[in-house]
Write a protein that binds this ligand. Structure first.
Ligand SMILES: O=C(O)c1ccc(O)c(O)c1
Ligand SMILES: [Mg+2]
Length: 604
């Protein structure tokens, strides 16, 4: 099916929006009147630009407050409409959207609305234009899609149809029954289909619509269910995204358009009208790669955590530090010297790395070169929206290229020792740029085949942090996507690698004995813990002494502690017992405050 996007969904000038839509692979656009009014291009030039970019103009919008008004007012509305239809002829746009009226002049009279819309459609027909009537969820008298359809049906005019908008329908819906009526509309009378998702918020519907819409798959609506209903009517117009969103208005149009198009590809797959290569979920974390301009402080912490340097890359300044199944690459190459110490890449164990990369590419993930140097093993890799490189790995599986063969075992002190305290990577937390948060969750879900958990808000002393985990089915891959809610808040401490241990107390003691200093946690926190939970004798005193935090959910218990931050990254030691599913979010405000306190002390 053809895909389209409303210019209101993207930031920038009209020409920037058109270029971004075209580059992302859309077939057409809905042109918003304001974008045209503010453009220095004539309608003919806009039309030519769209043609050059391979875009059709599928809709011009909106026309407002047309119907069910006194005769003199309606005469003025027709005059206004004539101007718009002339403009549309110059643009080469053949469908106009008319929103249900919000005017105080409008009366609650369906027969009058139908009659006036038919007269509007008569005029439209003279200009070769069709009118698509849409119920705004906050329309004065018409606020539901079935009501708008009844009026269109009554009017019975060939140039008048309805426009269905998933936001207006699903924001008012209380269950699948509410969309069943779509089946009663003949497909050819659905002139247009607009798609948007939204997070489930209890708020005024107009504000919700104008500020919080997002692309399908990024919110809580069953957009796919609605699309299935519409497809059953025989509708064969475009699937068009119409998203009013405060973040997208500020973000760069190019990446937003790609995010939008990915969302439609996934939606088309869900409803069975597109079949990109099947998703291949990762089965574990092969490694995490840290880049650093100065390995010394990082390596000191790794050593204290129980890691040993197990191997070195054959041709690059990259060391493999290992402990049990936890593998960390430390890259000190010149290309990475500018940005300070941080997380740059994650290796994901994949049952089929090539297939995983093919799906990623089909879903518009930037594919990275397979081979960095002639002698390297060819590895499939893509870039996540935050720039993190994701490698699809097949560690020690003879039929696949193996990243491990690029590394030569070292024989220095400690090499090959059994692990001391941490056995594997429990989770990796990545800081997302504030305008990529919704995109990141959809990317990890659709491209990598991970499941997205609920988003949680965490209070930081200087802002608000949002965090959303994406995981595979058995929890062997867990990535926490984290963002500072305030765009200017760059103080957020989020990027970290959590190492799983089966005895966090022993691991913490070992770290301290090796010269490591765990993040100090305030006494008030432990007083509160004592009130919330019962502990065995001495248990709480041990946590208090070491700086171990504690949490519990319906499944089990969680004990965790933190190293200091090095550059942008820190480490966490975690002990999960009894199937605990979370990440200690309850403790995160205390941890964040403690990290800020350390930063103030050290001037870091
Ligand atoms: O918010 C609005 O006014 C508005 C305008 C046009 C639309 O198609 C829509 O869904 C909402
Ligand atoms: Mg709409």
């Amino acid at each position: 099916m053809r895909t389209s996007i409303a210019t209101v969904s993207l930031s920038g000038s009209l020409t920037e929006k058109l270029a971004a839509a075209s580059r992302a692979g859309f077939d057409g656009v809905e042109i918003f009147e304001n974008d045209l009014l503010a453009s220095p291009l004539t309608p003919e030039e806009v039309s030519a630009r769209c043609a050059d970019l391979g875009l059709t103009i599928d809709l011009y919008q909106p026309m407002r407050d047309i119907e069910a008004v006194p005769a003199d007012e309606f005469a003025r509305n027709l005059r206004r409409a004539r101007h718009k239809f002339e403009l549309m002829r110059r643009l080469g746009a053949d469908t106009v959207l008319v929103c249900s009226s919000v005017s105080p002049l409008a009366v609650d009279d369906d027969a009058l609305a139908a009659e006036q819309l038919a007269r509007l459609a008569d005029l439209a027909q003279d200009f070769g234009v069709r009118v698509a009537y849409e119920a705004l969820a906050w329309g004065r008298h018409v606020s539901t899609y079935d009501h708008a359809w009844r009026i269109v049906d009554t009017a019975g005019h060939p140039a008048l149809g309805t426009c269905l908008d998933s936001f207006h329908i699903l924001s008012r819906s209380t269950g699948p029954k509410d969309v069943e009526g779509i089946a009663d509309i003949p497909g050819e009378k659905i002139f247009f289909l607009q798609l948007a998702d939204a997070p489930l918020l209890a708020m005024d519907v107009l504000q919700w619509s104008r500020h919080y819409r997002c692309f399908p798959g990024q919110g809580g609506f069953d957009v796919a269910g609605l699309v299935r209903s519409v497809l059953r009517t025989g509708y064969d117009g475009p699937l068009s995204l119409e998203v009013f969103n405060d973040v997208f208005r500020q973000a760069e149009a190019g990446p937003t358009a790609v995010d939008a198009r990915r969302s439609l590809l996934v939606l088309q797959e869900t409803v069975g009208i597109a079949a990109p290569p099947a998703s291949v979920a990762p089965t574990g974390v092969a490694f995490a790669e840290l880049v650093t301009p100065d390995a010394e402080p990082l390596v000191a912490v790794l050593g204290a955590l129980g890691f040993t340097r197990a191997a070195r890359h054959r041709s690059k300044p990259v060391d493999l530090w290992q402990q049990g199944e936890a593998r960390l690459l430390v890259n000190t190459g010149p290309a990475v010297r500018r940005d300070g110490t941080g997380l740059a890449a994650i290796g994901l164990e994949s049952p089929d790395p090539t297939a995983a990369a093919r799906r990623a590419e089909a879903l518009l993930a930037p594919v990275l070169p397979r081979r960095r140097a002639p002698e390297d093993a060819p590895l499939d890799a893509v870039a996540a929206p935050d720039g993190t490189e994701l490698f699809f790995c097949a560690t020690d599986r003879p039929e696949h290229a193996n990243w491990r063969t690029d590394f030569v075992a070292t024989t220095g002190p400690g090499a090959g020792q059994p692990y001391a305290s941490a056995a594997r990577i429990d989770h990796v937390a990545l800081t997302q740029p504030w305008h990529h948060f919704d995109e990141a969750a959809l990317f990890h879900r659709s491209v990598l085949g991970l499941d997205a958990q609920e988003s949680v808000d965490v209070a930081d002393p200087y802002g608000l942090m949002r965090s959303r985990a994406v995981t595979n089915a058995d929890g062997s891959v867990r990535i926490a996507l984290t963002v500072a809610a305030a765009p200017t808040d760059d103080t957020v401490h989020a990027q970290h690698i959590a190492l799983a241990t089966d005895d966090v107390v022993a691991a913490a003691r070992r770290f301290a004995a090796a010269g490591g200093r765990l993040l100090p946690i305030p006494a008030n926190y432990y007083d509160d813990l004592a009130a919330r939970f019962e502990f065995a004798d001495g248990e709480l005193a041990t946590y208090r002494e070491l700086g171990i935090l504690y949490d519990r959910d319906a499944y089990g218990e969680f004990r965790h502690c933190y190293t200091p931050t090095i550059g942008k990254v820190f480490f966490e030691l975690v002990q999960r017992d009894g199937g605990y599913r979370g990440y200690g979010a309850h403790n995160a405000p205390v941890r964040l405050a403690a990290q800020h306190a350390v930063r103030r002390l050290t001037g870091g």
